[in-house]
Ligand binder design. Structure first.
Ligand code: DHB
Length: 383
């Protein structure tokens, strides 16, 4: 059997796949389903100081081809007290298979730094066993509030202030996608200054400022924030891979990178591991498929590792190879094998059918000339 075990911020996880904060993570009954699955950990929905309903409906959308999703929920949640209450945690962990447990983590997304400090104070003094807190610096959907981690002065100030508090709870940062590698480097350099406090970064949150338009109503599909929303699903996977790869290259080794963005298969997880993720989070796929996605994705990951001859995810993490002619040739050969040689066969078949078509056309032209000759059509008017 292959091992999907990993560690996140030094905390052991039985599988390297767990839920992203957001979909199906707002209450203990949804979280208990995550607990019951092969998810390696349980991460609650981003909390604010007090409970709130979020933006008006409709505030979510899935593209008809299933490649993209959008949300502009505006942080509906039950408030931090709910997520750190012992009854919430007990009800959640009751979902775990008998005799087993898994790490329960919370996410916070305060509207101000003071809000985040107030929540961190509560978590830090709570008797509950919360080994990790994810500080969401990337929510694109709070109307009138820009994405925090795009403002580097603010990012520095927040990290400096939190560090001065010397909280004992371990801290991860949920980051937005950086679409310019220079911006990514600036963010990584700032985070590295706080490497004694930041245990991991989760890259990426949704790509903010997206818009889906309904051709029938000629209006946005989403009602809140003028239809502007965070983009997620397979459409963001390539941006996520690039952010994970570059974060892994540029962050201190003591800071883990968690991959998130468009993951919906074991192969997707494999790609994120290669790019340097020690674990991955699944958001949109969990939203669409439910918590059984963790079982499916873990099973698929086991199969792909087995097929490739790896015994553990640890053998894969960060092992992305540089492009090479040999690698590309191997990939072409594998594709040919996969299609049962039909890639080549199609070419031959196409080639012979093209040849047959040409013969056919020549034959038709010859027949036409013979007929025309027979009925005197070819005679010039002067003849
Ligand atoms: C919401 C969206 C996010 O991308 C996020 O990180 C937190 C909250 C939301 O709209 O509720």
């Amino acid at each position: 059997m292959v091992s999907l075990e990993t560690t996140l911020a030094g905390i052991p996880l039985k599988t390297c796949v767990y839920n992203a904060s957001g979909p199906r993570s707002g209450n203990s009954s949804a979280l208990a389903k995550v607990a019951a699955s092969r998810s390696g950990a349980i991460l609650a929905k981003s909390a604010t100081v007090s409970s709130q309903n979020g933006n008006p409906q409709p505030r979510t959308w899935h593209s008809p081809d299933d490649k993209a999703s959008m949300n502009s929920e505006g942080l509906p949640n039950n408030g931090i007290d709910y997520y750190i209450e012992s009854s919430t945690i007990e009800e959640t962990l009751a979902g775990c298979k008998e005799g087993s447990t898994k790490p329960y983590m919370v996410s916070i997304s305060g509207k101000t730094l003071d809000d985040n400090l107030a929540m961190l104070d509560k978590i830090n003094t709570s008797p509950a066993n919360i080994p990790l807190v994810e500080l969401n610096l990337a929510c694109p959907n709070v109307i009138g509030k820009p994405i925090i981690a795009y403002d580097f002065d603010q990012l520095k100030m927040i990290l400096k202030t939190i560090q001065s508090k010397k909280y004992k709870v371990k801290l991860g940062l949920k980051l937005p996608p950086y679409l310019d590698s220079k911006h990514l480097s600036q963010a990584a350099a700032i985070i590295n200054e706080y490497s004694s406090m930041v245990s991991y970064v989760a890259s990426i949150n949704t790509i903010g400022n997206a818009l889906s338009v309904d051709p029938v109503s000629e209006a946005p599909f989403i009602s809140s924030n003028n239809g502007l929303a965070g983009l997620s699903g397979p459409a963001v996977k390539y941006t996520a891979l690039a952010n994970v790869r570059q974060m892994r290259e540029q962050l201190d080794k003591s800071i883990d990178v968690v991959g998130v963005g468009g993951i919906e298969s074991g192969t997707d997880v494999f790609l994120f591991l290669l790019c340097g993720a020690t674990a991955v989070q699944v958001g949109t796929c969990h939203w669409k498929e439910g918590a059984t996605c963790f079982d499916r994705i873990c099973n698929e990951l086991e199969t792909i590792l087995q097929e490739k001859g790896y015994s553990s995810v640890q053998d894969v993490i960060g092992q992305l190879k540089p492009w090479s002619k040999e690698g590309a040739a191997k990939s072409r050969a594998a594709k040919k094998l996969e299609t049962g040689g039909s890639a080549g066969a199609t070419k031959t078949a196409n080639g012979s059918s093209d040849f047959a078509k040409m013969l056919n056309n020549i034959l038709l032209v010859v027949i036409a000339i013979l007929l025309a000759d027979k009925f005197g059509v070819l005679q010039s008017p002067t003849e």
